[in-house]
Design a binder for this molecule. Structure first.
Ligand code: BGC
Length: 763
């Protein structure tokens, strides 16, 4: 609730809005204020509030302003900066009731300064770093006259074929929940009403990450216990942290599209969870109810959506067209309409817009001269977070860190790729601001080592793929091929390698390959790039692979070729500097995977916290009727939680404070972690719990706590984790949230696989 000095109201703030009527309740009383406003609204004005409009450069601005002034639009997305949004807000304040607009955008991992993609942020396991991303994003987005972001995306992803895996925080429920909470708090700051805060809209509610086959927009079919235990908690955690709204998923769940799912939107979200914010459909999702086969026409689609509890219609056509008739016929009631309007106005209220519609737009004399200027960037923060997100996957014979001496060959189609550095959903990031790997290495080696660059290959040799990626909804075609034959590119790279002491090859995916609507059937690095790797390997020079990608890749073959592999995701504006920092040892890598890397696409779904089964695979025992694939080694290539450092860390002496835990009590798990190497560095100590025997099969382990610690070379520290009854709870077959008595294993490790174990009994 926003407290306002009454004096402020009396002195003119009210002049912006309809509450000027003498009988208007004070702005401080949110419920009464909104009820009063609704009481003054016509049906058309109410429907107008439910319409969220996408603004594109070619749309006639005057027409939009007319629509707004007529009270037919509630908010926009994709329009940003004060000069762009102010005329629209002016138009809203010319409307009969002067209800302000809000302006939204997809600010996911930065607004102007682009931070690593979400999957990279998750790999930091560093909530301070993630809070920095959220806060910086809010500061930049609010300065861009934005009030709201469609973030965080907390869809659990266990099928990396799904291109939007890049937008989420990986496969784990606990880690994703923590990150969701952290980002919501950071984006919204003290309150979403603050001038430098923006409202967080959590998405995509719900289960979008579980689309069948990893194919975007496909159906989701899931048991209720799995839903409750694994997929729903991150949305709930983000809402509990105060997120102002949810965006509704495009998929169906067990046959019912989320956009028409009364159980999901009403029974679960509003009644069970007590959610009081705004719900927004995804782009065109109401219209899509027809193609889902649950609405015979637009009229029925609009009716289903509003009755299910979809307050706002993104990129609306149907609410505007159909709700008037539906109200007239009584198929949709005034109460249903008013409820949706109440939530939209409530969100506007919470964003501080009734108090000051220009809270983020500001006055014309505060407009920036250049919204795209270098001075808007937070480079230091971006570099700091980016280097924390990098995961060292291999480092044979201490190939890394490299010396800033001799000659270094830098090759690969992603070595000098400013657009790809930003990753997908890069808000208003500008490629000209990106520090590429080439630029980062150039700066780091200047005057010390010689850097030789050759592109080496294109992203893909398959024209159909390149055409598809260039057809995606980016502003301009993004993949610009080098027209020379593949063999010529490789020869050039091999020549560069031969004259060098070490080769750094930057390979992987273009950003469009890990994007909405970019599902893949293979997780391999494209063939032309693998040819390049093969040729580089043949030179006999030490080979460092720097991977750029937005999903786990199956890199079993690459692992054999390379001496070192650094996973860099799409690391953002300062990515090139961050990568150079790690390659040269100016920063000791500390990232850990937030998602399992399978050996091959055939192993999918593969995630560390799978349920116990009757015939688990026993390593080294083929043909024994256990659960395995016979064509290749079993298990992941790199497990969840994995990541190397230039130092070595050892865990010892895991001890529990008791062997029996009473209800309501806590027990302490203690473990000593020692940096036995020669570099100072950070590592993540991870605590997993296994419920050994319960009323249902339970996961073989589940992350419950972690601590990221910085240890000097040679330093040891004893860490304590408190385990409570809450950590042991799960949703059972009757969907009761319970901790069942019996044995629990506590596993502590530096990844999810290599763990030490102790047990206790819950009484
Ligand atoms: C995506 C959403 C996004 C929206 C608006 C949709 O295509 O699914 O995640 O927020 O577009 O840009």
């Amino acid at each position: 609730m926003i407290k306002l000095p009454l004096l402020g109201l009396a002195m003119g703030l009210v002049s912006h809005v309809a509450l000027a009527a003498p009988s208007a309740p004070p702005l401080e009383d949110k419920a009464a204020f909104i009820d009063h406003l609704i009481g003054q609204m016509s049906v058309e004005e109410k429907i107008g509030q439910l319409r969220l409009i996408s603004i594109s450069p070619e749309m006639p601005r005057e027409k939009i302003r007319e629509e707004i002034a007529a009270g037919r639009i509630g908010g926009t997305f994709n329009s940003r900066t004060a000069p762009e949004n102010r005329p629209m807000q002016d138009a809203a304040l010319r409307s009969r009731l002067k209800i302000p607009m809000f302006f939204a955008y997809d600010t996911l991992h930065g607004e102007r300064t682009i931070f690593p993609i979400s999957l990279g942020l998750a790999a930091t396991w560093d909530m301070d770093a993630i809070a920095k991303v959220g806060r910086t994003s809010a500061i930049e987005a609010s300065a861009d006259a934005l009030d709201m972001t469609f973030a965080p995306m907390v869809d659990i992803a266990r099928d990396p074929r799904w291109g939007r895996t890049s937008e989420g925080f990986g496969e784990d429920t606990y880690l994703t929940s923590k990150i969701g909470q952290t980002l919501v708090r950071a984006l919204q700051g003290k309150s979403p009403a603050e001038p430098d805060s923006i409202m967080a809209i959590v998405k995509h509610f719900a289960l979008y990450g579980a689309v069948e086959g990893g194919r975007d927009y496909n159906t989701v079919d899931m048991s209720l216990p799995k839903m409750y235990n694994d997929y729903l908690p991150p949305y709930r955690a983000s809402l509990d942290a105060g997120a102002g709204g949810v965006m509704v998923a495009l998929n169906s769940i067990n046959g019912v599209p989320a956009t028409a799912d009364t159980w999901l939107m009403n029974d679960l979200l509003r009644k069970q969870w007590g959610f009081k914010g705004v719900t927004i459909s995804d782009h065109g999702a109401i219209q899509e109810l027809i193609r889902h086969g649950v609405a015979r026409d637009g009229r029925e689609a609009a009716k289903l959506a509003i009755k299910a509890g979809i307050d706002m219609s993104m990129n609306d056509t149907l609410y505007g067209q159909e709700l008037p008739g539906l109200l007239k016929s009584g198929e949709v009631t005034q109460a249903e309409l008013d409820q949706a309007v109440r939530e939209v106005l409530g969100a506007k209220y919470d964003m501080g817009l009734f108090k000051d519609p220009y809270v983020r737009i500001g006055k014309p004399d505060t407009d920036l001269k250049d919204y795209y200027g270098e001075d808007r960037l937070h480079r230091e923060a971006a570099r700091d977070v980016a280097r924390r997100s990098l995961v060292l996957l291999e480092n044979r014979d201490q190939t890394l860190p490299l010396k800033k001496a001799g000659t270094i060959a830098l090759v690969g189609p992603l070595a000098d790729a400013p657009i790809d550095m930003m990753g997908s959903w890069a808000a208003d990031g500008r490629p000209e601001h990106s520090v590429t790997v080439r630029e980062g290495l150039r700066r780091a080696t200047e005057g010390k080592a010689k850097l030789v660059y050759a592109r080496g290959s294109n992203i893909s040799g398959d024209k159909a793929i390149v055409d598809y990626l260039n057809f995606l909804n980016f502003a301009a075609p993004e993949i610009v091929d080098d027209p020379r034959p593949a063999a010529v590119l490789i020869d050039e790279a091999v020549k560069a390698a031969r004259q060098s002491d070490v080769v750094v090859a930057v390979v992987g995916e273009s950003r469009g390959m890990s994007h909405e609507s970019s599902s893949r059937t293979t997780l391999e690095i494209p063939a032309v790039q693998r040819e390049l790797i093969k040729a580089l390997k043949a030179t006999g020079k030490p080979l460092v692979l720097v991977l750029m990608n937005g999903r786990p890749l199956s890199i079993a073959w690459e692992r054999e070729q390379a001496d070192a592999i650094l996973e860099t995701w799409f690391s953002g504006t300062e990515g090139g500097n961050a990568i150079a920092d790690v390659l040269f040892g100016d920063y000791n890598p500390s990232g850990k995977l937030a998602i399992t890397f399978p050996r091959s696409v055939g192993q999918i779904p593969m995630y560390y916290n799978h349920l116990s089964i009757g015939r688990p695979y026993t390593p080294g025992k083929p043909g024994n009727y256990t659960s395995q694939y016979f064509e290749e080694p079993n298990g992941p290539l790199y497990p969840f939680g994995y990541g190397l450092s230039y130092s070595q860390f050892e865990l010892s002496d895991l001890a529990l404070s008791k062997t029996a835990l009473k209800r309501g009590d806590t027990l302490q798990a203690e473990v000593t972690v020692k940096n036995t190497g020669t570099f100072d560095g950070e590592t993540v100590v991870q605590l997993y719990v296994q419920d050994v025997s319960a009323s249902m099969s339970r996961p073989v382990k589940e992350l419950k706590h972690f601590q990221k610690v910085l240890l000097k070379a040679g330093e040891a520290r004893t860490l304590t984790f408190a385990i409570s009854e809450d950590d042991l709870k799960f949703y059972n077959g009757q969907l009761q949230h319970v901790a069942e008595p019996g044995q629990f294993n506590v596993q502590v490790g530096l990844d999810s696989q290599a763990v030490q174990q102790q047990s206790f009994e819950l009484l």
